[in-house]
Design a protein around this ligand. Structure first.
Ligand code: NAP
Length: 265
């Protein structure tokens, strides 16, 4: 199978590298286009993928076209690809651009809309995707293979993609804030900054991996480290008193709402 990328920025490069690592295809099966020749050259130098001089050339060279431009650049990129897109599977990762909008821009395409997140850069993304009315099971299998190469992937109904954006799309930023805050807490108790940051990062990573590998409910894992009257109980009391749980719930809801607003719902 051949794949064309419109856009060669951070996400395109992460997905291409994931696909090559997972042997979804070879570098010769991928062609990429973007306005900046230097970016394409750098992508070619790191991955050996083919580069195109126009979106039309890229789209014409593959049955699967992955749209990795900023949402505000999507219409023009699709327009530039023109009739070369006809009959193709168009997979968009542009935030907030819904299937109806994509189908309007590219009426002769079968459309898939996906929401990955930045840990795609290291092959640890959480992606959810949805399909338009004309997408086939083979199209979904194709999208699954692409996004599984950079992490975990789930199919959802489109009405849930704003919630996905609020949770996992924007979520890495919430976790970075947690890492910063834990580091600040450690420093305020006397730890050197570098050590505090290392401990904070490894704690977030280890706790997440423990939850994933054991499959235990997070509440059970939390109780495992919370003895009555102990240090963790004291800390959790502070978090509850400061409304941290409610703040995270509200954060996801605010991002869900903003995603709906941005997609014009
Ligand atoms: N970053 C995230 O966390 C995340 C998560 C999920 C989804 N997304 C979505 O992923 C998409 C890409 O994000 P990114 O972070 O990879 O952005 P990025 O690094 O800015 O990459 C965008 C790429 O699109 C190129 N481009 C601009 N106009 C184009 C056109 N007409 N035809 C072809 N290529 C064009 C840009 O080229 P120039 O540099 O030459 O302008 C650049 O290579 C966005 O729609 C975003 O919503 C991002």
């Amino acid at each position: 199978m051949k794949y064309a990328f419109l856009g060669a920025g951070k996400m395109a490069s992460a997905i291409i590298q994931g696909m090559l690592r997972a042997k979804v295809c070879t570098a010769g099966d991928i062609i990429a286009a973007c306005p900046e020749a230097e970016i394409l050259e750098s992508l070619h130098n790191t991955t050996s993928v083919r580069v195109a001089t126009s979106n039309e050339e890229a789209a014409g060279a593959a049955p699967v076209v992955i749209l990795c431009v900023k949402p505000q650049e999507a219409a023009i990129a699709i327009q530039q690809a023109g009739a070369a897109l006809d009959g193709k599977l168009l997979i968009s990762i542009a935030a907030g651009l819904n299937v109806a909008a994509l189908e309007k821009m590219a009426p002769k395409c079968r459309v898939i809309r996906a929401m990955p997140n930045t840990p795609a850069i290291i092959g640890r993304a959480a992606t959810a995707y949805t399909g338009g009315a004309n997408t086939t099971q083979a199209d979904k299998d194709c999208a699954e293979a692409i996004f599984a190469s950079v992490g975990v992937v789930s199919y959802v109904q489109e009405k849930l993609l704003d919630a996905v954006t609020g949770l996992s799309g924007s979520g890495p930023a919430y976790v970075f804030l947690v890492i910063e805050a834990l580091t600040d807490g450690g420093v305020s108790c006397g730890l050197p900054t570098n050590l505090a940051r290392q401990l904070a990062i490894q704690t977030v990573l280890g706790a997440a991996e423990l939850a994933k590998e054991t499959g235990e409910h997070p509440a059970i894992l939390r109780e495992m480290v919370t003895s009555p009257g102990g240090t963790t109980a004291a800390a959790l009391g502070e978090l509850e008193q400061h409304g941290v749980r409610a703040a995270f719930i509200q954060a996801v809801r605010a991002a869900d709402q903003r995603s709906k607003e941005l997609s014009g719902q």
